[in-house]
Design a protein around this ligand. Structure first.
Ligand code: AMP
Length: 395
C-alpha cells in the first residue's frame, strides 16, 4: 500500500495531511502525484469525490515550495463554487509553506481581487471570464506562470468556455507544466490536450460511468401530480441528516423550496438566478448544518464537495444521463454511505432509459409503503430498451 511519504511530498505538506487524518492516498492521488512531482504533464480522468483536488494541489505545492509572492500556478475551474473549494484545498495543504492564493471569479466587485493580486500570490484560482477580464485590464500578469491546471474541463466546455480557455492557455508561457482533469475525455478535450500539453501521462481512475458504489439508489414511480406529496413523504421518512433535492428548472426549485418551507422545514436554495451572496449563504448554511435541506438545479451537481450528504432526491429524472451520475455523486462521498432517490413519472421514461443504458443496468423501482398513491406505481422497468438493459447485464 502506498503512503503519502512515498509519493515524494515534502514535510510541510505531509504535516497538513496528518492533521487532517489522511492516512492513505486515494487511487488518483497514488497515480497522479508521482507523475506531477516528476514534472510531467498529465491528463487525469477522474470524477469529483475521488480526491482529485488533492491529487493536483499536493504535488503542485511540493513543486512550488515556499511562498514567493508572484503567481506561479494558475488553476482554471468552471464555477465560482468550485473555485472556492479548490482555494480552500490550497490554503489547507499549503499552510506550512505560507502559500498565498487569489480567488478570482465574476459576479462580485474587483476591489478585493485586485488587492489580493497586489499583495503578492503564489496560486491563482479563477473562473475563465473574470480571469480574462483582469488579464486584459493588465491587473494580472501571467508571465510567471509555471504550472497551469485545467480542472473539470468537460464542464468548462459544457458551459461554453472553450474560446476563453483557449485564449487563457495561449496567454500562459509556453514553458510550463500543464495538468488537465476531466470526468469525461471527449474528442474536443483530446484535441485541447494535443496542443496544450506536452507528452502527457494519462491517469484514468474512472470506474466506468458507474455511480459511487456506496450509494443505494432507487426510482420511485409516481403520477406527476403526486410528486410534491411523495417528495415530502420521502423527506419525512428517509431519516436524512443532510439532503439535496435536485430540480430541472429554477422555477421548480423556487416552488419546491416554498412547498417544503411551508411544512416547517428550513431550506437553502441554489440556482443560477440567485445572487452570488445568496448562493454563498445557501451553501455555507447547508454545509454548516443550519439547513438540512438544499434545493438546487444542476449548478450544484458537479464538483461541489459537501461532506455528510446522506440523501439526494431527484424531483425530476435528469434529462442528461451523465447529470444523474453527477447528482448522485453528491452523496456517498469518500466512502460514506448515501441514498439517492428519483421521483419518476411515466412521461420521463425516455430519460430514465438513457440513464439505465449509461449505467448498464436497471435501477430498482420502489414503492413508499403507506403513501396514498392515487394509482398503483409501475414497479417493473418498462419499455423494450429497459428489457435490453437487463439482458445485457445478465450475459
Ligand atoms: P475531491 O474529489 O477533491 O472533491 O475530494 C473529495 C473529498 O475527499 C474531500 O472532502 C477531500 O478532503 C477528501 N479526501 C481527499 N483525499 C483524501 C485522502 N487521501 N484521505 C481521506 N480523505 C480525502
Amino acid at each position: 500500500m502506498t503512503t503519502f511519504t512515498e509519493l515524494g511530498l515534502p514535510e510541510p505538506v505531509l504535516r497538513t495531511l496528518a492533521e487532517h487524518g489522511y492516512v492513505q492516498p486515494t487511487p488518483i492521488q497514488a497515480q497522479a502525484i508521482p507523475v506531477i512531482v516528476s514534472g510531467r504533464d498529465i491528463i487525469g480522468a477522474a470524477q469529483t469525490g475521488t480526491g482529485k483536488t488533492a491529487a493536483f494541489a499536493l504535488p503542485t505545492l511540493a513543486l512550488l515550495g515556499p511562498a514567493a509572492g508572484k503567481p506561479r500556478c494558475l488553476v482554471l475551474v468552471p464555477t465560482r463554487e468550485l473555485a472556492v473549494q479548490v482555494d480552500e484545498n490550497f490554503q489547507k495543504y499549503g499552510k506550512y509553506l505560507g502559500t498565498k492564493t487569489a480567488l478570482l471569479y465574476g459576479g462580485v466587485g474587483y476591489g478585493a481581487q485586485t488587492k489580493a493580486l497586489d499583495d503578492g500570490v503564489d496560486v491563482v484560482i479563477a473562473t475563465p471570464g473574470r480571469l480574462l477580464d483582469l488579464y486584459e485590464q493588465k491587473i494580472l500578469n501571467l508571465s510567471s506562470i509555471q504550472m497551469l491546471i485545467l480542472d473539470e474541463v468537460d464542464r468548462m466546455l459544457d458551459m461554453g468556455f472553450i474560446e476563453d480557455v483557449t485564449r487563457i492557455i495561449n496567454y500562459c508561457p509556453k514553458q510550463r507544466q500543464t495538468l488537465l482533469f476531466s470526468a469525461t475525455i471527449s474528442d474536443t478535450i483530446g484535441r485541447i490536450a494535443g496542443w496544450a500539453l506536452q507528452n502527457p501521462v494519462t491517469v484514468d481512475v474512472r470506474t466506468g460511468l458507474g455511480a459511487a458504489d456506496t450509494v443505494d439508489h432507487a426510482i420511485y414511480p409516481v403520477d406527476v401530480f403526486q410528486k410534491y406529496d411523495l417528495l415530502l413523504a420521502l423527506l419525512q421518512r428517509s431519516g436524512y441528516k443532510s439532503v439535496i433535492v435536485f430540480t430541472r428548472t429554477k422555477r421548480d426549485a423556487d416552488r419546491i423550496t416554498e412547498w417544503i418551507e411551508g411544512h416547517g422545514i428550513p431550506v437553502a436554495t441554489m440556482h443560477a438566478d440567485r445572487s452570488q451572496s445568496e448562493r454563498t449563504a445557501a451553501l455555507a448554511g447547508f454545509k454548516s448544518g443550519k439547513f438540512a435541506v438544499m434545493v438546487a438545479t444542476d449548478i450544484a451537481s458537479r464538483g461541489l464537495d459537501i461532506r455528510g450528504v446522506t440523501h439526494v432526491i431527484n424531483y425530476n429524472v435528469p434529462e442528461h444521463a451523465e447529470d444523474y451520475v453527477h447528482r448522485i455523486g453528491r452523496t456517498g462521498r469518500a466512502s460514506a454511505e448515501g441514498e439517492a432517490f428519483t421521483l419518476y413519472s411515466p412521461d420521463e421514461m425516455h430519460h430514465l432509459q438513457q440513464i439505465e443504458l449509461l449505467l448498464g443496468r436497471p435501477i430498482e423501482r420502489r414503492k413508499l409503503e403507506s403513501f396514498r398513491y392515487y394509482s398503483e406505481p409501475q414497479l417493473q422497468p418498462g419499455g423494450p430498451k429497459a428489457a435490453n438493459v437487463s439482458r445485457k447485464r445478465n450475459r
